[in-house]
Design a protein around this ligand. Structure first.
Ligand code: C2E
Ligand code: CA
Ligand code: CA
Length: 730
């Protein structure tokens, strides 16, 4: 069994593992989502905290710069609006006083580090730096920002404003500068505007100053960079025009990031714990899912397996066929399905019992299994039905090989439980070229081919042919017409007289059904009876014939009425009661009714046959074994079943004078029957010679065209009258 039943997964079967996986997935998704959410929130918080801190630092730095400038403004005011200074500058021209009170302060004080005295004409009158005089002119010492500041002051002086501060670039760096006209402490200029002398103070943003600012304003790492950075916050140092001379930057504290980093390990541990739990759950889930899947696989396997043989069952075959069809389609090869039905399996089962039957199935399974090519799917799809499905390269050779192997296998009798069992096999083969048919159609065709194989009893394989479908179609319409005929009471019954062999006087009739099919004429019972059997109509036909015959025979005195019974009718458990009901209904004496049965039923169901027969005989019917000599014709049945009469098949009569031993066979058969006290009817007598011969052999009743064809009930009445029988005699 190379194609396993599990290759296709049923949609329903995976529900439980799917649920478990789904729950795990949802759990994992929620955990992952939660984690992302928490991390995002933390990140946002950190960013926000960082931004707030940056803003604060920026404000502080800007404030420091502003207050730094403010300090210079106050110092400039204190040192320029000063009566003593005005006197020394304008009146006394006291250079010593000026040096002592201004110049020296550049070294001692913290308010400014550089000082210039500018004359009314704009000359540098004095220059001090860090406590010592130095030789520089303020025009050279300061950058262009200073000129702007000075121009602004000159413009403002008209409005009585005599001092200005602002950041400027100097030879030594960036400084806050205060420039003011020396004047009285009340703030008024004591000389004409054109004669005003200016003091210029500068305080550089040098390292010491910046460190002091950093310390005072608590700004870590405060430093001055020449250009405003693009990638970090800063506080710009601008001149009076607004140009950036430099920028304060500082170490970013990023408290958010820091707290984030502090918290992160904790979050990390939390996540690890969650992850571990999830992993545990996942492992647990995988184990559960695996187990569920294994269980389901086993269940599925079981549901696709035949317990007795271990082969695929019908469901398994369906799956395998789908796969084989797909394989064939893909490989552009043919998919082949072979149905195999054991002949006479039922006989073995009935004769030896089910245990032996089961052993036979196992034996056949084992035997056939290793005859099949690799990759073939092998299934048991019914009591004694098997199927082989495979993809073939060379279809003709492939099928022929299997057919030969199977036939050879069944040619040898099987030894089962110490008994010899001889069974055969009927095979139906259907081919799906390149897998185009689909498994359902392939199954149908193989089934039809096998049906034909069984019907032909030829013991060989039958290949499906399209004509079988047409045939089947024809049979179907015939079955429908027959059903309608039954519904409309369109069937009739004719009667073939049976004669006494000695007196040659009519002693009975055999009822035979007739069907005049609409538009087709009379259809032979040999044709429509099997169709009625196949389509579940035989019961109705049987009842109709029996009722009709017994009603019509009511006026016929004494003679017997024979009625043909299909084996299928006997299978029906209600048969015994329905015949009894017809007797009751028609009032015809059961003792004058002969039920003609063929041996098929006795072969297949000996026990049930015996029971039914005994019951029917108890009800008064007589039972004849019909068509003796046409089939298996086991003399054993005669003894075993206690028939009331034997009817020799017309094929045997027909063979008289044609086949050498036919006469002997006939004689021996009649002799045997009479040894069991069973009277014998010969049917199919067509010539006077045949009539004489069978009479001499000991047949006591004769029937055949030589005497009379089957005729209508009216004609039987005439015949009886002619023979001198009258109703009153009955
Ligand atoms: P059978 O039971 O063997 O019935 C006798 C058949 O042999 C009848 O054919 C009859 O017409 C034919 N026959 C009789 N004498 C001669 C003869 O000398 N020469 C030839 N060549 N044939 C002769 P029929 O009526 O066509 O019936 C054929 C078969 O159909 C019957 O064979 C029987 O098996 C079945 N059958 C007929 N009527 C019924 C019925 O009502 N119920 C059942 N279950 N089967 C029936
Ligand atoms: Ca008959
Ligand atoms: Ca017959």
């Amino acid at each position: 069994m190379a194609v396993s039943g599990e290759s296709r997964i049923g949609s329903k079967t995976l529900r439980a593992p799917l649920m478990v996986s789904l729950v795990l997935f949802v759990f994992a998704a929620v955990a992952a989502g939660g984690t992302v959410l928490i991390l995002t929130a933390m990140d946002k918080m950190a960013f926000h905290a960082n931004t707030l801190d940056t803003q604060r630092a920026q404000q502080t730095a800007s404030g420091a710069l502003a207050s730094f400038e403010q300090q210079m403004a106050s110092a400039t005011s204190d040192y320029s609006a000063w009566d003593d200074a005005a006197k020394a500058v304008y009146v006394d021209h006291d250079r010593e006083w000026i040096e002592k009170n201004y110049g020296v302060f550049t070294g001692a004080g913290t308010l400014f580090d550089t000082y210039f005295l500018a004359t009314a004409t704009g000359e540098t009158a004095m220059a001090y730096k860090e406590g010592s005089p130095f030789s520089s002119r303020f025009g050279d010492y300061f950058g262009s920002s200073f000129a702007t500041l000075r121009a602004a002051l000159e413009a403002d002086m008209a409005r009585g404003i005599y001092q200005k501060t602002g950041f400027v670039e100097t030879v030594d760096g960036v400084a806050v500068v205060g420039i003011a006209a020396v004047r009285s402490s009340q703030g008024s200029l004591t000389v004409a505007k054109e004669k005003a002398i200016f003091v210029i103070f500068a305080r550089h943003l040098n390292e010491a100053v910046i460190n002091q600012l950093a310390h005072n304003y608590i700004i870590d790492g405060l430093r001055l960079v020449p250009k405003a950075p693009a990638d970090r916050p800063f506080a710009a140092v601008r001149n009076s025009k607004g140009d950036i001379l430099g920028a304060f930057v500082w170490d970013l504290r990023e408290p958010g990031t820091r707290s984030y980093r502090q918290v992160l390990p904790m979050v990390g541990w939390g996540l690890i714990v969650i992850g571990l739990v999830l992993l545990g759950l996942l492992a647990f889930g995988i184990v559960i899912v695996r187990r569920l899947m294994a269980d389901e696989r086993a269940a599925r396997q079981l549901s696709k397996e035949d317990l007795l043989s271990g082969l695929l069952n019908r469901a398994g075959l369906n799956d395998a066929l789908d796969e084989i069809e797909a394989q064939a389609a893909m490989g552009r090869k043919d998919a082949v399905l072979i149905y195999l039905d054991l002949d006479r399996f039922k006989d073995v089962n009935d004769a030896y019992g089910h245990t032996v039957g089961d052993q036979l199935i196992r034996g056949v399974t084992a035997g056939l299994k290793h005859l099949l090519p690799k990759g073939a799917a092998f299934a048991r799809i019914g009591g004694d039905e098997f199927a082989i499905a495979l993809v073939c390269d060379d279809t003709e050779a492939c099928c022929a090989a299997i057919e030969q192997a199977v036939i050879a296998f069944f040619r040898e009798p099987l030894i089962i439980a110490g008994r010899l069992a001889s069974v055969g096999a009927s095979m139906g083969i259907a081919v799906s070229p390149q897998g185009v048919l689909g498994s359902a159609e392939l199954l149908r065709r193989a089934d039809m081919a096998m049906y034909r194989a069984k019907a032909s009893r030829a013991g060989r394989a039958v290949y499906y042919q399209a004509s079988m479908d047409e045939d089947r179609e024809a049979r179907m319409t015939m079955a429908n017409d027959l059903r309608q005929a039954l519904d409309r009471d369109a069937l009739t019954v004719v009667y073939q007289p049976v004669f006494d062999a000695h007196t040659r006087i009519i002693c009975g009739v055999e009822a035979l059904v007739r069907w005049n099919r609409n538009g087709h004429g009379f259809v032979a019972p040999d044709v429509f009876i099997p169709i009625a059997e196949d389509n579940g109509l035989i019961g109705r036909i049987g009842e109709f014939v029996m009722r009709q015959a017994l009603l019509e025979a009511a006026n016929w005195p004494r003679i017997s009425v024979a009625i043909n019974i299909s084996p299928l009718q006997l299978h029906d458990v209600s048969f015994v009661s329905s015949t009894a009901a017809i007797i009751e209904e028609t009032g015809f004496p059961a003792e004058r009714v002969i039920l003609e049965l063929t041996e098929g039923f006795f072969i297949r169901n000996p026990d049930r046959a015996k029971q039914s027969m005994a019951q029917l005989q108890r009800n008064g019917f007589r039972i004849a074994l019909d068509d003796f000599g046409s089939g298996f014709s086991s003399v054993g049945y005669l003894r075993e079943f206690g028939f009331d009469r034997l009817k020799i098949d017309r094929s045997l009569i027909n063979a008289l004078g044609k086949t050498p031993k036919a006469g002997d066979l006939l004689k021996a058969t009649v002799a045997l029957a009479s040894s069991f006290d069973i009277p014998v009817t010969a049917e199919g007598i067509e010539t006077p010679a045949q009539a004489d011969y069978v009479s001499d052999c000991g047949c006591d009743e004769l029937q055949g065209f030589f005497f009379s064809k089957p005729v209508s009930a009216g004609e039987i009445s005439c015949l009886l009258e002619k023979a001198g029988w009258t109703a009153s005699v009955a």
